[in-house]
Design a protein around this ligand. Structure first.
Ligand SMILES: [Zn+2]
Length: 486
């Protein structure tokens, strides 16, 4: 009995030593690997800068990102990844993969530009001649940072320091095209354990804020053309129908939940005032923090369009263009990412960049933070009610536990979708934020590969959040809207 007790005590002692050695061994290794990743990415600054600036110059809009996707795919291929191009019936979408087995960690890479946002890398508003689109949401940085992070993890798998699979998802047409929704719908994330992403911003943060669910459509009205002055009674105006629809939707705003956002543009309002327009088109977005509310309000917008058609004796049809879920958050993963972002730290600027930034800030008609605040990493914050934008990452977050960060690629105060954002994205101000993001993502991926409990806990939280919800794309069964920018 006594001997047994001693044996037990001895085994217990051995196991404590073994486990403490294990943690002792693992922790410094991981720290060293993290430092190596940061050093490696620092040494690759010019390599990735060249790619990001090239993509900034290509400025292709959603689903038309032919040169951009080719450059990202080529970079991944040269670095040993296997590429599956043209996934989900989208010519510019791809999945790049390296390694085998579990875990499978995915990193999202976006790369589309915005129409009408052409702008030079200058501190005053000046478009680039012959160019329409511009990088007003920084997706050129998004794509390159994600590729860079993926390549760092690939190196560690190659060196047998990690085992598992790293994937980079080439995600086109985030801006209104809902590119990722088709990729989710096609099951491309089914076997993935965790997905990492980021977004360009004017600060460095991991924010636990959701996004608005969104459904968009183009409403097309057909009327009858006639001379607007000689025989107006023979015509039926499609533009009248668009205006009637807009009026009804504007009145509806008083009778919908407060957090709703509805916006529209008239994409076609006729060709000449002396012709009764026989065709007109309006492009609508409906957003709300809950997809169920979005679907309900969208149906009411359709009714307004039907009513407008009836009242103007025109014909109406609509095409759903996009639809995205709100973002499902994951605190477990956000905590891990926050630690890595803090380890990487913020962005500091040279005197020339500060000068550039101050010129940009002088064009703002609102109060803005000091330029120096880009050096800070904000504490992890939960924003109740969520963010005001929408993203197709929302649909990914309903398929797999997902985590993202924001990095300062724009001078503090810069709003997304502004000419100032395009300008910053074409300079080292943007590149510095891009490299910061790639480091924080690579470090977080490393944690996921080396800490199985992180994945288990994230999955448990994911399951609890999603409950019994069965995923259904808000845009239904339509094929990718490849020409939505035409
Ligand atoms: Zn964006």
């Amino acid at each position: 009995m006594k001997q047994q007790g001693m044996l037990f005590a001895f085994l217990f002692f051995i196991s404590i030593i073994a486990s403490s050695q294990k943690t002792k061994e693992k922790a410094p290794d991981r720290l060293k690997d993290k430092q190596d990743i940061i050093a490696s990415l620092n040494s690759k600054y010019d390599y990735y800068k060249e790619k990001a600036i090239k993509i900034w110059n290509y400025a292709e809009v959603g689903f038309k990102e032919v040169k951009r996707t080719a450059l990202l795919q080529q970079t991944l291929k040269e670095n040993g990844f296997t590429i599956q191009p043209g996934v989900a019936e989208i010519p510019t979408a791809f999945v790049a993969s390296y390694g085998s087995g579990l875990p499978v960690i995915g990193i999202l890479a976006e790369f589309d530009a915005l129409p009408g946002m052409s702008q030079q890398a200058a501190p005053e508003k000046k478009s680039i001649e012959g160019k329409d689109a511009g990088q007003a949401c920084g997706h050129h940085l998004f794509g390159v940072a994600s590729v860079a992070a993926g390549i760092e993890i690939k190196k560690l798998i190659e060196q047998k320091k990690l085992s598992g699979t790293i994937r980079v998802y080439g995600c086109p047409a985030e801006e209104g095209g809902s590119g990722k929704v088709y990729m989710v719908r096609d099951g491309l994330f089914k076997d993935v354990d965790v997905v990492i992403h980021w977004h360009p911003d004017e600060h460095n943060a991991v924010t636990l804020a959701s996004a608005l669910a969104n459904k968009s459509a183009k409403f097309r009205f057909k009327g009858i053309a006639a001379h607007a002055s000689i025989s107006p009674e023979k015509g039926r105006s499609a533009l009248d129908a668009v205006e009637a629809m807009d009026n009804m939707v504007n009145m509806m705003r008083e009778h919908i939940p407060q957090e709703t956002r509805i916006h529209h543009i008239i994409t076609n309002g006729g060709k000449a005032p002396n012709i009764v327009p026989d065709f007109a088109e309006a492009y609508y977005y409906v957003r709300h923090p809950q997809k169920e509310v979005v679907l309900n309000i969208f149906d009411r917008v359709v009714k307004a369009a039907q009513g407008a058609a009836m009242g103007t004796e025109t014909e109406m049809e609509y095409e759903v263009i996009g639809g995205t879920h709100e973002l499902l958050l994951n605190k477990t993963l956000a905590d891990a990412m926050q630690k890595n972002l803090e380890m990487v730290g913020g962005v500091s600027y040279t005197p020339a960049e500060i000068d550039f930034g101050k010129k940009l800030q002088s064009t703002f008609n609102f109060t803005y933070p000091a330029i120096e605040s880009a050096i800070e990493v904000k504490p992890l914050k939960t924003i109740a009610g969520g963010g005001q934008g929408s993203t197709d990452v929302g649909d990914v977050s309903y398929a797999v536990p997902t985590v993202g960060l924001e990095a300062a690629t724009w001078i503090p105060g810069t709003p997304a979708h502004s000419w100032q954002a395009v300008a910053c994205g074409g300079t080292d101000i943007g590149i510095k934020g891009m490299m910061l993001a790639s480091k924080a993502m690579a470090l977080t991926a490393l944690d996921l590969f080396t800490t199985p409990t992180l994945i288990t806990n994230a999955k448990e939280e994911f399951k609890k959040n999603i409950g019994d919800y069965q995923y259904k794309a808000l845009l239904g069964g339509r094929k990718p809207a490849l020409n939505y920018r035409d």
